[in-house]
Design a protein around this ligand. Structure first.
Ligand code: S3P
Length: 440
């Protein structure tokens, strides 16, 4: 379905299950593929990014199948048991998929070649190659350390102690995944904590991972060459996807919408914390543990929002949520300031630049900082009427379609296909809730 234009509506309602968490879905396929025996995954996100990882794991020798009931089953090869792929591994738009898999193959003694779509081929990969080279892998990359990249995995991997220079769960995870088939202890030091799914899930599959909080940061140590065993995995709902319908309910009139089963892992929950500070009527109920993750149901009601200063330290816990936060800020009274966002410039698109242009096209005053954004809200009076360039970025597309649900004039995005990378049923859920999303 093509859903390029969003029209103003009121009264978004209903209760919906969140789509599976993208970060956890990638990791479930990879760790299942490195484990011995069966891993049965329920709630896997069937988005394009995760399907690309499933194909890559198959090409590397894991058996990955989808059952008629929607559950996925992985039979792994055991740590160190993957085989050389017979063709190029194309990860399409999946940054997490490619960076984590480069870690996986870095300590397998064979050569593999990775590529991706036009957006992924622009993204920096040196950040994972630097530590993986220290572990013994060799790389040949296109100019600027970009894809396509050939990886010659190390036959005799060396454990390293690596201080991650930018807050990045992908870099941490790539090193840890390489550390699985490395003798000795692989240590990653994080100055700013990022999502801890790799640590939690490696433990779930039987690895020994310790985390020590020190003055230098979190010191994460993995004992190499564990025997991973296949485990059942229940993937919780993705807070980064649930954010879109929830913010849509906050900024439209007469709305009350619930998304169930969302991961509320504290390292992912920065958006909810920020929205509550802005005065959002967000109710977090039914807190429980599922598949080892804290999950909850979240209800959003139409709210009078006010602008806030978002602390820079909060950025890692909501890094993917700044585009939709900027949309919420456009409907808030006063100014919202967001800083510490250098990483936003190297996501699926330069998200600071994309938000600057998109908001300007819809009549919202926006200041672009090198590592931040300042939005002056116009509650009840967001003009809309613009056409937004999404730069193949799913979250930019969804953010502006949400804007169009509450702006005076309709909002159009230049393409919507990429939404399927992370939230294939976005259009279906929004339509059921009462949104008017139409083909251009
Ligand atoms: C992810 C980490 C983050 C995030 C991405 C998913 C992960 O990227 O933006 O969507 O699953 O590890 P960085 O590690 O580059 O910050």
């Amino acid at each position: 379905m093509s859903i390029r234009t969003a029209h103003r509506i009121t009264g978004l309602t209903g209760t919906y299950a969140a789509p599976g968490d993208k970060s956890i879905s990638h990791r479930a396929l990879m760790l299942g593929g490195l484990a011995v025996g069966e891993t049965r995954i329920t709630g896997l996100l069937e988005g394009e990014d995760v399907l690309a990882t499933a194909r890559a794991m198959r090409a590397l020798g894991a058996e990955v199948t989808r059952g008629a009931d929607g559950a996925w089953t992985v039979y792994g090869t055991g740590v160190g048991g993957l085989r050389a792929p017979s063709d190029i591994l194309d990860l399409a738009n999946a940054g997490t998929g490619v960076r984590l898999l480069m870690g996986v193959v870095a300590t397998h003694p064979f050569t593999s070649v990775f590529t991706g779509d036009a957006s992924l081929r622009k993204r920096p990969m040196e950040r994972v190659m630097t530590p993986l080279r220290q572990m013994g892998a060799r790389f040949t990359a296109a100019e600027g350390g970009r894809l396509p990249i050939t990886v010659e995995g190390a036959a005799m991997a060396m454990p390293i102690r690596y201080v991650v220079p930018v807050p990045s769960a992908q870099v941490k995870s790539a090193v840890m995944l390489a550390g699985l088939n490395t003798p000795g202890r692989t240590i990653v030091v994080e100055k700013q904590a990022t999502r801890d799914h790799t640590e939690n899930m490696m433990r779930h599959f039987g690895a020994s991972v310790s985390v020590e909080r020190t003055a230098e940061g979190d010191v994460i140590a993995l004992d190499g060459q564990p025997e991973l065993r296949g485990r059942p995995m229940a993937v919780p709902g993705d807070p980064s996807s649930a954010a879109f319908p929830l913010v849509a309910a906050l900024i439209t009139e007469d709305s009350e919408l619930t998304v169930t089963g969302i991961s509320v892992n504290p390292l992912r929950a920065g958006l909810f914390e920020t929205l509550i500070e802005m005065g959002a009527l967000l109710e977090i109920t039914n807190r429980r543990i599922e598949g080892g993750e804290p999950v909850a149901d979240v209800t959003a009601r139409s709210s009078a929002l006010r602008g806030v200063d978002v602390p820079a330290e909060r950025a890692p816990s909501m890094i993917d949520e700044y585009p939709i936060l900027a949309i919420a800020a456009a409907f808030a009274q006063g100014r919202t300031t967001m800083r510490g966002l250098g990483e936003l410039r190297v996501k699926e698109s330069d998200r600071i630049a994309a938000m600057a242009k998109g908001l300007a096209a819809n009549g919202i005053a926006f200041q672009e900082l090198e590592d931040g954004m300042i939005v002056d809200g116009r509650p009840g009076d967001v003009p809309g009427g613009g056409t937004v360039e999404t730069h193949m970025d799913h979250r930019i597309a969804m953010s502006f379609l949400v804007l169009g649900c509450a702006s005076r004039k309709p909002v159009t995005v230049d393409e919507d296909e990429m939404i399927a990378t992370s939230f294939p049923d976005f259009a279906g859920l929004m339509a059921s809730a009462g949104a008017r999303l139409e083909a251009a």
